[in-house]
Ligand binder design. Structure first.
Ligand SMILES: [Zn+2]
Length: 83
């Protein structure tokens, strides 16, 4: 069993709205025996650990994009309220 790195913010959902993740950030297809963790100290997948700098950079970029999107949404709502 391997624990792959997977920050919660990147969770995907299937058509029923259930959480599911089919592929780890290292490209490994996940089975029922695969664990996911956002905590690097628990990750023991060699490929995840090897790709750690790239995975960390991409998840930070994704977080920034989400924050920017939320900021844009807030500005839009505010402008709507102010009419
Ligand atoms: Zn992995």
């Amino acid at each position: 069993m391997r624990t792959h790195y997977y920050p919660g913010g990147l969770a995907r959902y299937d058509s029923d709205g259930h959480d599911f993740v089919e592929q780890g950030p290292c490209g490994t297809w996940l089975g029922e025996t695969s664990e996911l963790s956002g905590d690097w100290s628990r990750v023991d997948c060699k490929r995840c650990l090897k790709d750690r700098p790239a995975i960390t950079a991409s998840s930070e970029a994704e977080e920034r994009a989400i924050i920017e999107q939320m900021g844009g949404m807030a500005a839009y709502m505010k402008s709507q309220q102010e009419g």
